[in-house]
Write a protein that binds this ligand. Sequence first.
Ligand code: ASP
Length: 296
Amino acid sequence: MSRAPVKPILVVHGGAGNIPDVKRPLYREGLEQALAAGWPVLEQGGSALDAVLAAVRVMEDLPQFNAGRGSALNREGYVEMDAGVMDGRTLDVGAVAAVSRVANPILLAYEVMVHSPHILLAGPGAESFAQARGIPLVHPDMLITEERRRRLQAWLREHGQEVGDTVGAVALDAEGHLAAATSTGGMMGKLPGRVGDSPLVGCGFYADDTLGACSTTGVGETIARALLAYRAVEALAEDTIPQEAAERAIRSLEERIPGGEAGLILLDRRGRVGVAWNTRRMGYGYRTPGCKVLHV
Ligand code: ASP
């Protein structure tokens, strides 16, 4: 059966949280760069999977986001990152958790998906796998920024809960395939070894060509219990408008789980977008033929 031509679309986010006013231009610029990296892939007929990987990779490299270099620091002052990717065509999944020496965890997640029999590798095992796949390990200090050091010091004094700046992308390509990817340094001040929602399929990301694709951000301990990404995608089954499905998923998280703070981006298989969050702010953007939207 041949498919009708589809209008491709790429949606990216830079995390739900408390983005200070002074930082808004920097976030905007980062989201713009992510769209600039991922959109040409779709425009030239490439896959949704390649587009989300390209977009997330760029945001991992930018220090303003909580992913790759610039990740939030754990209580001991170092970076432990989580990332996951899903191909909506095959339902293949790859993810990594608590990695400290990889510059682009999303690319390692992709390697896990394609070149291992597993869906999730963690810690030193994931880093050995990176080396085996030819991904060089970096010194952990290379991922730490001065700003994150300062923010950890403040956190250690006050112990507030802080989320934000996690990155993610969802895309629909011209062939009607969907993909989702999410990458994060996790919650600031977390205990070493803590793994959040981001590398867990159905929690931090989900993609299924027959329904839709979603990437989430926020308090991982609540998102995971709500299976937030799957919940939002599943809501599309009744042909719900994505904006309504996104809002409903956030509302149910909030109602069912105390402290449930999150945001998500959602695409249905027709390329319609839903974005919802219940934190102070969330940065996101999307690009489709003839239209570009950025919101911080
Ligand atoms: N969801 C991420 C985590 O809990 C954090 C975030 O999105 O800011 O690890």
